[in-house]
Design a protein around this ligand. Sequence first.
Ligand code: 13P
Length: 289
Amino acid sequence: MKSGLNEMLVRAQGEHYAVAAFNILNHLTLSAVLEAAAQEKSPIIIQTSVTTVKALGPAAFAKMARTMIEAAPVPAVLHLDHCQDVDLCARCCDLGWDSIMFDSSHLPFEENIKTTQRVRRDARPKGVDVEGEVGIIAGTEDDISHAETSLAGYDETMRYIRETEVEAIAPAIGTAHGVYHGVPKINFELVGKLAAGTPCPVVVHGGTGLEDATFRRLIELGASKINISTALKQAYVDAMRQYLTENSGTVNPLKLDRFVMDRVVAMVVPFLRLFGSSGKAEHTGGKAV
Ligand code: 13P
């Protein structure tokens, strides 16, 4: 069932859990993430990268995703991840996304504020929440790649939140997109200060590969949305490879899909339990489509 991003995250922070945001790739992975959330009675964020949106076609994908989300028995948010294109943000707002992350963090700070304000002005009357980024999160997500992190500062992040009025904030805290080579040095203090200093929910990017203790500490400090992308891609491709290797003599795409789906569900469930969101959604009797 439909939910707003801010509403979902404010509740999560208040009850000391975080909602997982998975970057899905297609119908199969969307179904798997919703199935895992339904099994766990957990709220969930269905995240789409810009490349995925373009590959699937924004209008067709929105119809499919909206139908599946409306039928899901748990609250689900359809969220656009890391979009640098103002026009595509507006289009997704019109087509039914519940929230968008506008990423102009690569621009000088004042410009980052101004462009985010523009996107939020368009999104607000459409009832769409906006997530913003301060500092630069390293690694590769979709077509956006940064070799180095540029850590966010407390004062600039607070000013950005005040002036843009975003509904969620992703400060660069030292986590990175993709696979970690070594242990990331995370600015936990900033997460705690922001969670205490502003009602704007704090988002953690680069969830794949973080240790359980790191997730727990981030959530204890007040982080309420945690993004996972690479782990889903790995589970998806590994499962396909395994099934095709073990069943090289058969041609049964639906069995292949079910095998892969089960593996994606099995990857999602532990995150929901670890983040404390399992059991936080009331079932209302919807059915998967
Ligand atoms: P990972 O690919 O490290 O899981 O990061 C996902 C993310 O932050 C998407 O915005």
